[in-house]
Design a protein around this ligand. Sequence first.
Ligand SMILES: [Zn+2]
Length: 283
Amino acid sequence: MFDANPGRERASAPRLLVLAAFCCLALACVSRGLDLDAYRIVDLSHPFDAETIYWPTEEGFVLEPGFEGVTEGGYYYAANAFRSAEHGGTHIDAPRHFAEGQVTVDEIPLEKLVGEGIVVDVSIQCERARDYLVRVDDFLAWEALHGAIEPGSIVLLHTGFGARWPDRERYMGTAERGAAGVEGLHFPGLHPEAASWLVEERVIAAVGLDTPSIDHGPSKGFESHRVLFARDVPAFENVAHLDALPPRGFSVIALPMKIRGGSGGPLRIIGLVPRDAPSSGAP
Ligand SMILES: [Zn+2]
């Protein structure tokens, strides 16, 4: 039938659009949960065992066997205890580690530990010079290729030293323990000026790398630690498998043991990489 009242038809079209939009929104709300099938999950933590690398002055990770076997009740049961320094293996440095009055590990806001990640690949520079300090120019070169480092980013430095784990000599420059071992430390780190630039100019949430310390091996004053922690930016150390992440376009979830009053602690950190992300990671 010919429409005798086209005006009413036209008037109802916007309402239909609103209804359609509302339905889409409702559907989006229903499927709002994180669809983990859409992501590749990358384990960025090393395991904790007798091989795990700690600072030369630390004992290392000790698993104390408890009970394992079939109980009198006829069921299997296993339980152990462990002993560990806060700072060893894949771990977090809370700002309190080098800054009096700043937050302890249990007080770090979760917003600093969950967010968009970027990987700055400095492995070529670090292969040439094992005490390499990652500098502002390295970040500017990354930005020229991939775009600006957004505020709130979790910045991961891929030095390539993660591939040397758990060979202490190759990873940290020495297999010696105690004070003599500290003198032999040689591995890359973040330049204090670059640490300052990241917190002041890019307002990052956190920084991490695949070496034992955010300051390079020969450091005596730990200036980058102090710059970051004075601004409440935590650091992740001995991060694993950074080669499995793209330069950007992925998320990081970094959850440390919630030690009340701790200056740091063991860290389980993962990357969530969208399966449809371009393999080059280019924006
Ligand atoms: Zn530490």
